[in-house]
Design a protein around this ligand. Sequence first.
Ligand code: GUN
Length: 288
Amino acid sequence: MTATRIDGKAFAEKVREEVAVGVKALKASHGVTPGLAVVLVGEDPASQVYVRNKVRQTEACGMQSFHHVLDTTTSRDSLLSIIESLNADPEVHGILVQLPLPDHLDSRDVIEAIDPAKDVDGFHTSNVGELWTGGEPFIPCTPIGCLRLLKSVEPNIAGKNAVVIGRSNIVGRPMAALLLNESATVTIAHSKTKDLPAVCRQADILVAAVGRPQMVKADWIKPGAVVLDVGINRIETEDGKGKLVGDVDFDDASTVASAITPVPGGPGPMTIACLLANTLEAAKRSVS
Ligand code: GUN
């Protein structure tokens, strides 16, 4: 079997086009331009790249972008007072504090300071609680992007066995909640899981979000399974240039899976597109 390659880049472009149309419509109907504030603390190079892309794509779809870059040594009080002023700013509909934060700042503490109605990351406990209890939360961007990619190849999720490798608050846990809400039978596997390959082989839907380059091999995959690879890992290459790979060995897994996301070009581009969609939704809710 050669798996269908799920094109996250093309899908994300479609989502961004839909968002741009929605932004225009909201401006025309209510005179409101959706605004996203992105806060970066410190100089983590990967975070700098992510934040630059978020700002660029926010502006490209017609939204306002508010970009706050703060020194690594920024105190808890100064960060919370910036969040407080963004909470109160009517031009800001979405607030994102890029994670990870420097060690002296507690990310839970910081996320809880964000107004849940502006929490377009879906990380505030109020949104997390709603996700698990069937409300209408903002849903974390990477998992909702994965779900949309999954539905493009597998509309019937109910009753399927889904295995999520990784239990992070950003991907693994919300991904499990989304799959459960779609009536899948969900297993969350993690570093202490016994015989991980055997657990993965039970999966009709396999989501890998652990940050271990090319860990998932063909013999971990049930024939015909759909594989979503959230990992983004840089590995060394002989020419010294390095390259990005996922948590799944793409070429090997493609011989067994029915459909699979590539890295780069899988869930990655969908994350920012879904962030823009959440920001538009927050702006719409603010006028309704
Ligand atoms: N760091 C890695 N992914 C994310 C994300 O989706 N949101 C935020 N705020 N930080 C991240």
